[in-house]
Design a protein around this ligand. Structure first.
Ligand SMILES: [Zn+2]
Length: 81
């Protein structure tokens, strides 16, 4: 992968994080970055949550992938809500 592809990938990741942040903030009023989980709280995931996301979405509990799955299939996420 050359640097240009790498840059595009990072940019895409930033966009994903910003988008997910927008979706989530509604329910997380009053939370701070310190409330964010360091690791995704889904038992079968446990992926580390990047600092950037933890600050963009104070109080977040899931990684971007799991958050997207939960938003797409609310029933899937209810087990962990
Ligand atoms: Zn996850």
């Amino acid at each position: 992968m050359d640097w240009l592809e790498r840059a595009a990938e990072v940019e895409q990741l930033d966009r994903d994080i910003a988008l997910a942040a927008q979706h989530e903030r509604a329910g997380l009023d009053g939370k701070t970055a310190a409330d964010s989980a360091e690791f995704c709280e889904l038992p079968d995931c446990g992926a580390p949550i990047p600092d950037k996301r933890r600050q963009a979405v104070p109080g977040c509990r899931f990684c971007v992938e799991c958050q997207e799955r939960i938003e797409k299939y609310p029933a899937w996420g209810e087990r962990y809500a």
